[in-house]
Design a protein. Structure first.
Length: 91
């Protein structure tokens, strides 16, 4: 095995799955990954939590003792739709 092939194998990324793409988009929007693969964003107004699954994206917003949730099916979750879904539902 040549050194070049060895270095390529070390730094090779896995396949780019929809889950990984969604994860990158969510973290770029300011969310941090917490326990149990939950993405969380908190402010003085409340907090927003996002769960990713094979079936889609679930968002739950808590503000002033009130909670609301919404779901985006995986078939509709391209990058632009996911961003607008999160922005329209967060606190």
């Amino acid at each position: 095995m040549s050194i070049l092939n060895y270095l390529k194998d070390i730094f090779r990324k896995g396949p780019d799955t929809p889950y990984k793409r969604w994860e990158k988009i969510i973290t770029k929007l300011g969310y941090t990954k917490g326990k149990n693969d939950v993405f969380i964003k908190e402010s003085s107004v409340g907090s927003t939590m996002i769960w990713l699954s094979e079936s889609g994206v679930k968002i739950k917003v808590y503000a002033n003792d009130y909670g609301e949730s919404d779901f985006l099916p995986a078939s509709l979750a391209d990058a632009a739709t996911l961003k607008s879904f999160i922005r329209s539902n967060e606190f």
